[in-house]
Write a protein that binds this ligand. Structure first.
Ligand SMILES: C[S@@+](CC[C@H](N)C(=O)[O-])C[C@H]1O[C@@H](n2cnc3c(N)ncnc32)[C@H](O)[C@@H]1O
Length: 221
């Protein structure tokens, strides 16, 4: 189903996760081949249709790349900013469930602009994926740093909250010290401004690339 990555991209994803290209390809196909998850996506699509939400892409490639990276890396702790309906959270939690380990912390505003009336951030995440999930409602500017201090170490950090240059750079700089060598920093919409490229240059890692708009950076120190 999924053949939009070039071999070059697949090799990059495989390299930064210590996996093989064939394994990455298998992971990319996994969510739609998981009956309960595929059914959940079908139901969610109907739900979105009813409330006329067209902005959430339930089969977004960006999320699949992150899914594959999480499957390959088997992280103990993922921290994402930007929950909205919970599309990325659902995929990340499915990856953790398949891994049989790990925890997802998601920070997000309860911003009605991104949600159907009466729904809470992350409403889309099915009950059977919620065991490994902790939601932190609030502004990342206020709660990201205290949460990082509490967690002490994050294996995968994913930005998908406010996509301004200043905010993205601020989140990257806040989270990076909490990653160890080999850990991953990702960002959605990396092409909207130069924050990811500038940060990658400053971090000095050769393992940074933007795949279909998603920035991936492997910390090497
Ligand atoms: C692009 S959406 C996230 C999409 C989500 N990752 C998904 O896949 O469904 C961005 C979200 O970030 C939230 N947001 C914006 N600024 C924020 C901030 N400063 N702190 C926390 N969340 C923020 C918005 O309310 C919105 O829900």
């Amino acid at each position: 189903m999924f053949r939009e990555l070039t071999l070059h991209d697949e090799k990059f994803l495989a390299r930064i996760t210590g996996s093989s290209v064939s394994q990455i390809r298998a992971y990319l196909n996994e969510p739609v081949s998981t009956p309960a998850f595929a059914e959940h996506l079908r139901n969610a699509r109907e739900e979105f249709h009813k409330v006329a939400i067209t902005s959430a892409d339930l089969h977004a490639r960006k999320v699949l790349f992150q899914y594959a990276a999480v499957r390959a890396l088997r992280p103990e702790c993922i921290l994402e900013t930007g929950i909205a309906n919970g599309v990325s959270s659902s995929y990340l939690l499915l990856a953790l469930q398949k891994n049989g380990c790990g925890h997802l912390h998601s920070i997000g505003l309860a911003d009605p602009a991104f949600l159907p009336a009466g729904k809470q951030p992350g409403w889309l995440v099915p009950q059977w994926l919620r065991n490994s999930w902790q939601i932190h409602l609030g502004d990342a500017r206020e709660i990201l740093s205290p949460l990082l201090t509490r967690l002490q170490h994050v294996n995968v950090f994913i930005h998908d909250s406010l996509h301004t240059y200043d905010h993205m750079l601020w989140e990257f700089e806040a989270a990076y010290p909490y990653l160890n060598s080999g850990d991953l920093l990702c960002t959605d919409d990396a092409l909207w401004n130069n924050a990811f490229n500038d940060f990658a240059r400053k971090a000095g890692t050769p393992e940074a690339r933007i795949l279909h708009g998603v920035g991936f950076l492997r910390k090497i120190s």
